[in-house]
Design a protein around this ligand. Structure first.
Ligand SMILES: *[C@@H]1O[C@H](CO)[C@@H](O)[C@H](O)[C@H]1NC(C)=O
Length: 122
């Protein structure tokens, strides 16, 4: 009597292990790994500057304005499929310096860059 019962327990243990191992973890749900927003350590980094200029260029094109990029004053980044950049940018609007907040999605290996949102002056 003792022996079959031990086999039975082993089988249940195996089932529990199998199902707990195949349950998808929450961080990988949908197959996409998304990180949290973190401050950009160096806002003078050439990639960050280039993202900032791109945001102003795209906004000018979409909204038929002609803001001139001055500098990035702060920003956060988030790892997605690529990187999201949330930058606060100083640009001059007909000679008057104002701040704007731009969200840019960058996938450098595909040379893909998209202005997701542009707000301001803030
Ligand atoms: C982007 O940064 C601005 C200014 O710091 C902040 O108000 C806004 O909530 C941020 N957006 C995101 C998506 O984190």
């Amino acid at each position: 009597m003792n022996h079959p019962s031990k086999m039975h327990n082993l089988f249940i243990t195996f089932l529990i292990m199998f199902f707990s191992c195949t349950k998808p973890s929450s961080a990988l749900r949908g197959g996409v790994l998304v990180g949290s927003w973190k401050p950009i350590p160096d806002i003078t980094d050439p990639t960050v500057i280039s993202i900032g200029k791109f945001a102003i260029y795209e906004h000018n094109k979409e909204s038929h304005v002609s803001l001139k990029f001055a500098k990035v004053i702060k920003g956060d980044q988030q790892v997605v499929a690529g990187m999201n950049y949330n930058l606060t940018i100083t640009a001059s609007d007909r000679g008057v310096r104002k701040n704007y907040v731009a969200l840019v999605w960058d996938k450098p290996w595909l040379k893909f860059r998209k202005l997701v949102s542009f707000k301001g002056p803030v």
